[in-house]
Design a binder for this molecule. Structure first.
Ligand SMILES: [Zn+2]
Ligand SMILES: [Zn+2]
Length: 99
C-alpha cells in the first residue's frame, strides 16, 4: 500500500499530503449526507499529525457540524475536504486523492 498520499480540491487552493492511512470506511449518517449531497461517502482516516496542509489556502475553512466534529471545505471552489473530530484523527474524502 502507498503510505504517502497527495490530494487537493477542485481548484487547487487546498492541497495536502497524508501519510500512514489508517482505515477506510463508508458513512451514511445524516451529517455526511447533508455535507456531501451523497447517500454514502467513503472516508480514509489519518492521525491528525500525519496530514500536512501544503497548498496556498493552508487549512480549509471550518464548519462546526456537531458537538464533537467539524467539517472542512475549500472557501474558493466549495469542494468538501474533511471531517475532523475533536479527537486525534482526521477523515479525508477519498475522491480528493491523486493516487
Ligand atoms: Zn478549491
Ligand atoms: Zn457520517
Amino acid at each position: 500500500m502507498i503510505s504517502q498520499l497527495s490530494a487537493g480540491c477542485l481548484c487547487g487552493f487546498i492541497c495536502f499530503s497524508a501519510a500512514n492511512p489508517q482505515r477506510p470506511y463508508c458513512c451514511s449518517c445524516d451529517i455526511c449526507q447533508k455535507h456531501t449531497g451523497s447517500h454514502r461517502v467513503v472516508w480514509l482516516e489519518f492521525a491528525a499529525g500525519d496530514v500536512q496542509w501544503n497548498g496556498e489556502g493552508g487549512k480549509p475553512s471550518l464548519y462546526r457540524s456537531s458537538d464533537v466534529s467539524s467539517r472542512f471545505f475549500c472557501s474558493q471552489c466549495g469542494s468538501l475536504v474533511s471531517a475532523i473530530d475533536d479527537g486525534p484523527s482526521v477523515a479525508l474524502l477519498t475522491g480528493l486523492f491523486d493516487q
